[in-house]
Structures are given as structure tokens and as C-alpha cells.
Write a protein that binds this ligand. Structure first.
Ligand SMILES: Cc1cc2nc3c(=O)[nH]c(=O)nc-3n(C[C@H](O)[C@H](O)[C@H](O)COP(=O)(O)OP(=O)(O)OC[C@H]3O[C@@H](n4cnc5c(N)ncnc54)[C@H](O)[C@@H]3O)c2cc1C
Length: 410
């Protein structure tokens, strides 16, 4: 057995595990293998500032180049791990070489779900995960007239907003009857449908894409099952992501649409941990969920590092997320799913409001639009199990911060 912690995947989660291990006092070797040729970088700007040309590539890198030397972290870029042998505690690299670990952390992220229709591999049909994908889409947006976005989720909508800003004609084809259906309340879905329509995008609901048709290998039209056809010189597919959990599955680890981990990021193998988009974990409501967010990657990574250094740091904080579209900042904390009451603070017309969601009188989620103060407060309320009443939320004069001072759990 080696004395190295080996981390597979050099994204947000992989880097955070390494840094947290050093911060927690780990003295032995730390090795990160990353399939990409880049140092770990921020993905959120890929559909926001970087895509729009507002954020330079240099600002995407999560830490400066001297971090690895300073923290004695061996970083191997462009080195995909191709197998794990949990019996001999070794990994196998792309060139067949092997390396021993004492503990392994899987931080392999996720990849875009493929569109399973004819024509999905034509030229100018793209999805967005990597720096290269974003650079390609950015270049193509300069030339494209008609952009079709398949999928009205966060990535699709952020790209739609960028495409409108670049002057393209934009159609969003959404298979469900509302945008963001998997993650947001109907009120938030409606707000974003109006926002995108007001900025000139055409949104078509219940649109089941049946095939993509090309000429000389390049996409020209998108067809839907109801016989409609939409001209396109760029198609962006944003129909969700799947976990990169193949290494874990082949090694016999418990997986269920992601590597199954507990609150301390332990997998079903005592020597293997996992963090970030590649994992599935039981949340407070008991459901096994795969979260794709920076918060989830960072917190699971810190929990893994703590467990590796012999401490318990369970990740139980309420999930949070953000999205930027057309100058509007959405921040979500907790979840609105299963709410039986909702109350509004602020003004939809002014694009400045918060929606508080309760179930059986207990606060379970808060979505805010351009109200970062409410978002931070909501996270504290959720993490402390504190609930305002629906009347208190609805009354703008009621100071929700006062609930923190009392600290009385609801
Ligand atoms: C366009 C876009 C916009 C986003 N916007 C937001 C946002 O606004 N807010 C938010 O909270 N989250 C956002 N996210 C999600 C967030 O970026 C992810 O949840 C986060 O990056 C997950 O980090 P990770 O380390 O788990 O995975 P990743 O960042 O994907 O890193 C995993 C790395 O592992 C590598 N890898 C995979 N297999 C192997 C292997 N066998 N060997 C070696 N390396 C391997 C991959 O190449 C990759 O580099 C966005 C994501 C995208 C793509």
C-alpha cells in the first residue's frame, strides 16, 4: 500500500480536496490526476462572463500556478485514470502504468447528456462543459444568425441570453411545459420565461425534438415531433448531465446515477471517497440526489479531507446555487419542491424579490432575484432550522433577521 492520497479529477472538487487535506494537516503525498490539460478552472463563467467575452481566460483558473509547489501537491494534467483496483489499492493510468494509494478520492465530475436523436452529431451541434466548448460556442455566436437551444435548464438559458446579447435570433425548445422544471417553482419558471421573451427569445414548450437535419454535414434545421421545423446554424444542447461514475462502477462501488456517498463523502469502499458532480447523496428529505453545484463540490471535498484526516465534518448545509441571465441574478437556497405554501417579498415587476417556500409551516427553500441579502439570510435560517411564519414573510416591515437573534428552532 502506498502512502499517497490520489485524487482523480482536477476540477473544483479535486482541487478543494487537496487544499483541504493540507489545511487539515495531511503530511504525506497528495497526487491529482486530471484528464484535461488545464489547471483546475471555474466552470460557471463558461456560460456567463467568459462566453460573453467579459471574463478573460486567465480569470478562470481557480488558484495561481505556484499553489501546487507551495502545498506540495503533485498535479498531473492530461493524465486520465482508466481503472481502479480496490483490492490491490492501485489505479491504472492511460499509458498502463500503475500507482498505489492509501486512499483514493473520485472527483471526476459529470458530462453533458447526449441528445438521442438522428443528426445529433452534425457539425455546429454543441454542448457546454469545458473551456474549449465555451470558446467554440463564443466564436460561433459571432457568426450565427439562428441559434436553437434545446433544453430550458440553467445552461441552456444562460447560453440563450448570451446569444441574444450577441444579436442572434434565439429559439429555446423545452420538452416540458415550463422552463427549469426540474429545479425551480412554477413562479420562477414563469419569471424566466417572461424575462427571455422580453429580450426577444422565442420559447416553445412541450417541444420534443425528433431529428436534426443537415447539409454537407452541417446542421440546418431542428425538427420536433409535432411536425414543426426550425432553421438553425448553431444548435446548443443543454439537456442535463450524467455522472462520470464509470471508474467506480467497474470497481464494484455502489453507484446510483453517481457514486453513492454519505455525508462525509465516503463511498461503499472504506479506502475510496468521492466528491462533486460525480456523486449521489441522501439529502435531508431522504431522497438520493445528485447535485451539480460549486457549493456541493467544495463542501463534499472538505468533508472528504476531514474524514481522511480522522475527523467528522458531515456536509448537511442546505444546498444553494446561482444563475445569471440578462443581468438578473437568481440565487436559490434549499428546495421549493414539496412546498405547500409560498410567500413573496418585494416586486416581480422591479425584478427584485424573494419567494419563501414552507412545508407544514417549516421553511424549506428560498429563491431570490437580485436580493443577495435575503439569500444569505435564507441560508442561515435554513441551516439553523428557523422558520418565519407565512405572515412574517409577507410583511416587508417584519425584520427576518430578528429570527436569527432569537435562534429559536421552529
Ligand atoms: C457551463 C456551466 C455553468 C455552471 N454554472 C454554475 C453556477 O452558476 N453555479 C453553480 O453552483 N454551479 C454551476 N455549474 C456547475 C459547477 O461548475 C459544477 O458543479 C462543478 O464544477 C463540479 O465540480 P467537480 O469537480 O465535481 O467536476 P468538474 O469541474 O467537472 O471536474 C471534474 C474533472 O475530472 C476530470 N476527469 C473525469 N474523468 C477522469 C479520469 N478518469 N481521470 C482523470 N480526470 C478525470 C474531468 O475532465 C474534469 O476536469 C456550472 C457548470 C457548467 C458546465
Amino acid at each position: 500500500m502506498g502512502d499517497a492520497v490520489i485524487i482523480v479529477g482536477a476540477g473544483q472538487a479535486g482541487l478543494t480536496v487537496a487544499e483541504a487535506l493540507r489545511a487539515d494537516g495531511w503530511q504525506d503525498e497528495i497526487v491529482i490526476y486530471g484528464a484535461e490539460k488545464h489547471a483546475p478552472y471555474h466552470r460557471p463563467p463558461l456560460s456567463k462572463g467568459y462566453l460573453l467575452g467579459d471574463t478573460p481566460a486567465a480569470q478562470l483558473t481557480i488558484r495561481g500556478p505556484d499553489l501546487f509547489d507551495k502545498k506540495r501537491i503533485e498535479f498531473c494534467a492530461g493524465r486520465p485514470v482508466r481503472a481502479i483496483d480496490p483490492t490491490s489499492l492501485r489505479i491504472e493510468l492511460d499509458d498502463g502504468s500503475r500507482r498505489a494509494y492509501c486512499s483514493l478520492v473520485l472527483a471526476t465530475g459529470s458530462r453533458p447528456r447526449e441528445l438521442a436523436v438522428e443528426g445529433a452529431r452534425l457539425d455546429r451541434v454543441v454542448s457546454l462543459r469545458t473551456l474549449e466548448d465555451s470558446a467554440t460556442i463564443g466564436t460561433q455566436l459571432q457568426k450565427a444568425e439562428n441559434v436553437v437551444v434545446i433544453g430550458g435548464g440553467f445552461i441552456g438559458l444562460e447560453v440563450a441570453a448570451a446569444a441574444r446579447k450577441k444579436g442572434c435570433s434565439v429559439i429555446v425548445l423545452e420538452a416540458m411545459d415550463r422552463l427549469l422544471a426540474r429545479v425551480a417553482s412554477p413562479a420562477i419558471s414563469d419569471f424566466f420565461a417572461r424575462l427571455h421573451s422580453d429580450h426577444g427569445a422565442r420559447i416553445i414548450f412541450n417541444a420534443k425534438v425528433s431529428r436534426l437535419v443537415g447539409e454537407a454535414g452541417v446542421v440546418r434545421t431542428v425538427e420536433t415531433a409535432d411536425g414543426q421545423s426550425f432553421p438553425a446554424d448553431l444548435v446548443v444542447v443543454g439537456v442535463g448531465a450524467v455522472a462520470n461514475d464509470e471508474l467506480a462502477r467497474h470497481a464494484g462501488l455502489a453507484c446510483d446515477r453517481g457514486v453513492v456517498v454519505d455525508d462525509c463523502s465516503r463511498s461503499s469502499d472504506p479506502s475510496i471517497f468521492a466528491a462533486g458532480d460525480c456523486t449521489a447523496r441522501r439529502l435531508a428529505d431522504g431522497a438520493l440526489s445528485r447535485l451539480e453545484s460549486v457549493q456541493n463540490a467544495v463542501e463534499q471535498a472538505k468533508s472528504a479531507a476531514a474524514a481522511l484526516t480522522g475527523r467528522e465534518r458531515p456536509f448537511r448545509a442546505a444546498p444553494w446555487f446561482w444563475s445569471d441571465q440578462h443581468g438578473v441574478k437568481l440565487q436559490m437556497a434549499g428546495s421549493s419542491a414539496n412546498a405547500d405554501q409560498a410567500a413573496l417579498r418585494g416586486s416581480l415587476a422591479d425584478k427584485n424579490f424573494s419567494l419563501f417556500y414552507l412545508r407544514s409551516g417549516k421553511l424549506i427553500g428560498v429563491d431570490t432575484i437580485n436580493r443577495p441579502g435575503d439569500h444569505m439570510l435564507a441560508r442561515k435560517l435554513l441551516d439553523h432550522g428557523l422558520s418565519p411564519t407565512i405572515e412574517e414573510v409577507s410583511d416587508e416591515h417584519f425584520d427576518l433577521k430578528s429570527l436569527l437573534a432569537t435562534g429559536v428552532p421552529a
